[in-house]
Design a protein around this ligand. Structure first.
Ligand SMILES: [Zn+2]
Length: 141
């Protein structure tokens, strides 16, 4: 439950911060002629605000991964609490949840199947055998 909340916040967080900065820009823009001290203060403080926002994100991510790791150590899925299956994918173990079809690595990061295919160096080869049969059959004309 806690993991889902943290996960949800960390998904909204970048968009919320972008909107905050756009909002601050609009405030600064409207005050340029009326009261120029406001944009100046905002420009200077925005540099520090970027650092604060970045640190906030790192703390959020750290908390999310810590909660996920704790759950995975108990052998449970962080998202839904069902027992997870552990399997080996390209030198690292992935916890697969049969309940919600999510995958997690040992670090608590969500595991993406495409990512593992790239690290393995597999390229999907599709062979078209149906075309040869169709070309032989159409000998009319
Ligand atoms: Zn699950």
């Amino acid at each position: 439950m806690l993991y889902r909340i943290l996960r949800g916040i960390s998904e909204i967080y970048p968009k919320a911060c972008l909107l905050l900065f756009i909002g601050l820009f609009l405030v600064a823009f409207t005050f340029t002629m009326v009261y120029p001290l406001v944009p100046i203060v905002l420009i200077i403080s925005s540099v520090y605000l970027v650092v604060v926002v970045r640190c906030g994100y790192l703390v959020l991510k750290w908390a999310e991964l810590k909660v996920a790791r704790n759950k995975l150590a108990q052998g449970m899925c962080p998202a839904c609490g069902v027992r997870c299956d552990k399997r080996q994918v390209a030198e690292r173990s992935v916890h697969d949840c049969p309940g919600c079809r999510r995958g997690f690595t040992d670090t608590g990061e969500a595991h993406l199947p495409q990512e593992s295919a790239e690290t393995l160096g597999n390229t999907s080869q599709v062979e078209y055998q149906g075309n040869a049969v169709a070309a032989e059959g159409g000998g009319h004309g």
